[in-house]
Write a protein of this length. Structure first.
Length: 118
């Protein structure tokens, strides 16, 4: 899924758009500590070592302002509520289109930069 998302985003990225990947929740937290802050975090709920909700809560302790969008196959209302309780800003349910992914990335990165939404 990371490869697919990277491909979807790279086909339209601008010169100042950088993608950083992490395979596990622990890697995500290490990268966030070492290389952050980021403009946006796309985060799966199901990770090999911990759930995305726990990762989101840990990110919130370090950076309360970075938008976190859960990208997951879990689309029930209770899952969305759990994401919000963990500190997530939005939820993108798999399968999703390139247009949906690009739109949500543009929306949250523009908000962070103080630009009007596209």
């Amino acid at each position: 899924m990371r490869t697919l998302i990277r491909h979807m985003l790279e086909t339209e990225r601008s010169a100042d758009f950088q993608i950083v990947e992490a395979a596990t929740g622990a890697d995500c937290l290490k990268i966030s500590d070492r290389s952050g802050p980021f403009d946006l975090v796309l985060l799966d709920v199901i990770l090999p070592d911990m759930d995305g909700y726990s990762v989101c809560r840990a990110i919130r302790h370090v950076d309360a302002n970075v938008p976190v969008v859960f990208v997951t196959g879990r689309g029930d209302l209770k899952d969305y509520a759990a994401g919000r309780q963990a500190g997530g800003d939005s939820y993108l349910v798999k399968p999703f289109s390139k247009t949906s992914l690009r739109s949500i990335v543009r929306l949250f990165t523009n908000i962070q930069r103080g630009e009007p939404a596209p």
